[in-house]
Write a new protein. Structure first.
Length: 121
């Protein structure tokens, strides 16, 4: 359990792929109204078919860390590779306890990314 918490805290304190993306093809905001978590996903399709992925947001440690985890995994991948990212991918990284107890927070970044991909197609 501690190694999952350390990993989450590392992504929260040193987020990967955080920040606006100039020239984004899609900008999509997602949120959890009940708790106030917000994630904005930026996507830009590159000439080679890969995607540049960034995020901004605010909210709890879990939502922001998981957005960082998802964007780090998705950045530089193609559409098919990103669509293959799923809840099991997150569970392997953050642990079953977080996925069970903080599901909406943990999946906000992934769900927003998938919605943004749908807009890109």
């Amino acid at each position: 359990m501690q190694e999952f918490l350390d990993y989450i805290l590392d992504h929260y304190h040193r987020p990967r792929q955080r920040g606006k993306l100039e020239g984004a093809d899609v900008i999509l905001k997602g949120g959890n109204p009940g708790c106030g978590d917000v994630v904005v996903i930026y996507l830009r399709k590159e000439p080679d078919g890969t995607l540049t992925v960034r995020f901004e947001g605010e909210g709890c440690t879990v939502s922001q860390a998981c957005a960082s985890i998802v964007c780090e995994a998705a950045n530089g991948k193609n559409l098919k590779e990103i669509f293959n990212l799923n809840y099991e991918f997150l569970k392997e990284r953050v642990g079953p306890d977080i996925m069970r107890s903080r599901f909406k927070c943990a999946t906000l970044g992934l769900d927003t990314l998938k919605a943004a991909l749908s807009e890109l197609e």
